[in-house]
Design a protein around this ligand. Structure first.
Ligand SMILES: [Ca+2]
Ligand SMILES: [Ca+2]
Length: 380
């Protein structure tokens, strides 16, 4: 049975309760550096995502988010080489293999708070982050005899990024993630935060199950991993980023990510510490916004670390929908789904989640304040 929360969250909770975890869980942390991106040392929580402290040199669009939200564009079908396009690629991005995808419709933006609110109003749906943790389920994936945390720590919550005051070891995301009771999509930085003025910001603290429920309600579906990567390239071929092969020159920033020393010095050259309104940056060649950065986006596919290995280079995978089963060697008992595109926390020094081929994986019930989604739809 899948736990209400992922091991990442468990560790965050248990860290608070001073329960020592096995070192294997720390190595697991390393691998989730991207989807998880603090904790402890002098957390410097910033809740104003619009505070720019450096001269903004971002390649902003002039789009009005209100005119983009809910819009879909047709992505032409085609063949491409799916997988690693740079030396930064992880093993699970190899080998490159041929894929063909049919034409489909895709949201031009990430799903926003305003859109998600309509879904909640219509259905009364309760997101996973708004549900208390079931200890009976949770303990099954913990070392034997792990003591039950305080009841307070089992209350509904989610993981919230907290910047640090100085450099910290980058092999322990516990430094910059904090389990936060009361954090959910309506309270993205914790119970004292709200969505005032954030109608056009991407909804966050969304689990895969939440994203799936929304897409079903909207008459849409989540993109396959192959569709997502094809769309992200925007008509280019074998590029590292949606705009080409260079991350950024010294004079322009193409997307909302982390410039500067992570997780302590965000230079905010793109103008945003946390997320940004959808459509803030220039779109790719298919008029899709934030395919790199802003928030991670859930895909339909199960995650298997050897999935690409199963593809024969001479074959063309036609509308691939992912492996039959999930396997993440860091957490072999937990089925996971794929996330794509990186977030406002991604940094070129260790993560580069904004590369079009970068794959990330997440427990279907886990949620963070840098994770959202967008939908696709089959053509009539
Ligand atoms: Ca940023
Ligand atoms: Ca994104």
């Amino acid at each position: 049975m899948i736990n209400r929360i992922s091991t990442t969250e468990l560790i965050a909770i248990l860290h608070i309760t001073k329960i020592q975890m096995k070192t294997t869980h720390i190595s697991f942390f390393l691998c989730l550096l991207l989807i998880t991106a603090c904790q402890s040392i002098d957390k410097e929580s910033k809740t104003d995502s619009k505070t720019a402290k450096a001269e903004t040199i971002a390649n902003f669009s002039k789009a009005n988010p209100a005119e983009l939200v809910g819009e879909m564009v047709t992505i032409p079908g085609g063949e491409y080489e799916m997988g690693a396009n740079s030396d930064q690629a992880d093993p699970d991005e190899y080998p490159k293999h041929m894929v063909r995808v049919d034409s489909f419709l895709i949201d031009v933006t990430e799903v926003t708070n305003g859109e998600f609110a309509k879904f909640i109003d219509a259905t009364g749906y309760v997101t996973t982050a708004e549900q208390d943790i079931d200890w009976e389920e949770m303990k099954n994936q913990l070392p034997p005899n792990t003591p039950k945390p305080d009841a307070e720590l089992l209350k509904a919550g989610s993981l919230v990024f907290k910047g640090t005051s100085g450099p910290v070891p980058l092999n322990n995301p516990g430094y910059w993630w904090a389990w936060t009771t009361g954090a959910d999509w309506q309270h993205p930085e914790g119970p004292d935060s709200n969505l005032d003025g954030k109608e056009y910001y991407p909804v966050t603290h969304i689990s895969w199950e939440d994203a799936k429920a929304y897409s079903d309600w909207a008459g849409k579906r989540l993109p396959t991993e192959a569709e997502w990567e094809w769309a992200a390239m925007g008509g280019l071929s074998n590029t590292v980023y949606p705009w080409g092969n260079e991350l950024d020159g010294s004079d322009v920033i193409h997307a909302n990510y982390w410039q500067g020393g992570f997780p302590y010095d965000n230079e905010e050259k793109d103008g945003y510490y946390l997320s940004s309104p959808v459509g803030t940056f220039q779109p790719n060649g298919y008029d899709l916004y934030d395919m790199s950065g802003n928030v991670w986006e859930w895909c339909e596919d199960l995650y298997h670390y050897e999935y690409y290995d199963s593809k024969k280079p001479e074959d063309i995978a036609y509308n691939p929908r992912g492996p039959e089963s999930s396997m993440d060697p860091d957490e072999p008992l937990i089925p996971k789904r794929v996330l794509r595109g990186g977030s406002f926390l991604c940094n070129d020094s260790y993560c580069s989640g904004y590369r079009v081929s970068r794959r990330m994986k997440g427990d279907m019930k886990s949620s963070y304040n840098h994770t959202g989604f967008r939908c696709v739809k089959d053509l009539e």
